[in-house]
Design a protein around this ligand. Sequence first.
Ligand code: TXA
Ligand code: MG
Length: 327
Amino acid sequence: MTTHVTRQIAADNQGLREAGALLRAGGLVAFPTETVYGLGADATNGTAVAGIYEAKGRPRFNPLIIHVASLEEAETFAVFSSLARRLAEAFWPGPLTLVLQQRAPSLISDLALAGLQSIAIRIPSSPIARAIITAAGRPIAAPSANRSGRVSPTNPAHVLADLEGRIDAIVMGEAAEVGVESTIVSLLDDKPVMLRPGGVTRTQIEAVLGLVVTDPELHTPDDAPLAPGMLASHYAPHAIVRLNAKQIEPSEAALLFGSFLPKGYDTARAVFNLSPSGDLKEAATNLFAALRGLDQSGALSIAVAPIPEGGLGEAILDRLNRAAAPR
Ligand code: TXA
Ligand code: MG
């Protein structure tokens, strides 16, 4: 791996222009989005895209989301059915990624799309993210800016902890507002399939489409994972994660939600409440920083109190289940 001095760029007009120029020149630049921090590269530059996989230690069969600044630009890379257009109009810019048929021939590197015929694409609502994409003048491939398999970053310190010295620059923005990644909906079979729950809820999507959103078959016919990043253990802190905890051991760190206080929480090694008032939006915003923070307590296990399933609870529980999955 090439080592870099990772430049810390201010999120002001000059900084955003600088970030755009670095991306256009093939650089790797981490930047804030409304969901989590992304690690961006020019999606049309295969060498730059290869750098993303290298910096993250990401398996090359796991495709990247392409970020654009406008629906017109998205339509040059993907075929929009009427369902796709309805979702784009309702939720873009915002935390929704659409998996659509690619429009060929495409300028986007095969490596970014892992050789698939489909493309995952979104327009972020973060004005800083959009300004950087516009300044770059290119579609931007951007996974979450963490080492592969680890907890996604919601602030610059998280990014630097994982990637300092491995990427060219980071735009030093605010903490991400949504806190969990975009919802990924595939419309490849002209029916909505939710590949990953995220910042836009299932109910919101169903309300716009007037259709039930289904879950993916776990495997494709040749047994390759459908969305590789979605299956393995992921979002993993160093500590093991134990869900639905009604009782906390003194050696454990406790991740709480709302007013429910598990037995022994007061003698836990560390405690963090995602939202004392029981607000799922606040809990999503705090989730990844809380996992990183509790990990730093040195506890070998993080015990997570029950979290409700509805709304944003689906995305929060998805991430926690993956964090708890066998590694
Ligand atoms: O909120 C987000 O989506 C963030 C920010 C930076 O935009 N990005 C993000 O990217 O979460 P990443 O790489 O961490 O997750 C992208 C997921 C992966 O699980 C990948 O397998 C899936 O999207 N994916 C990408 N292209 C796909 C495709 N054509 N079909 C199915 N899944 C795809
Ligand atoms: Mg990720």
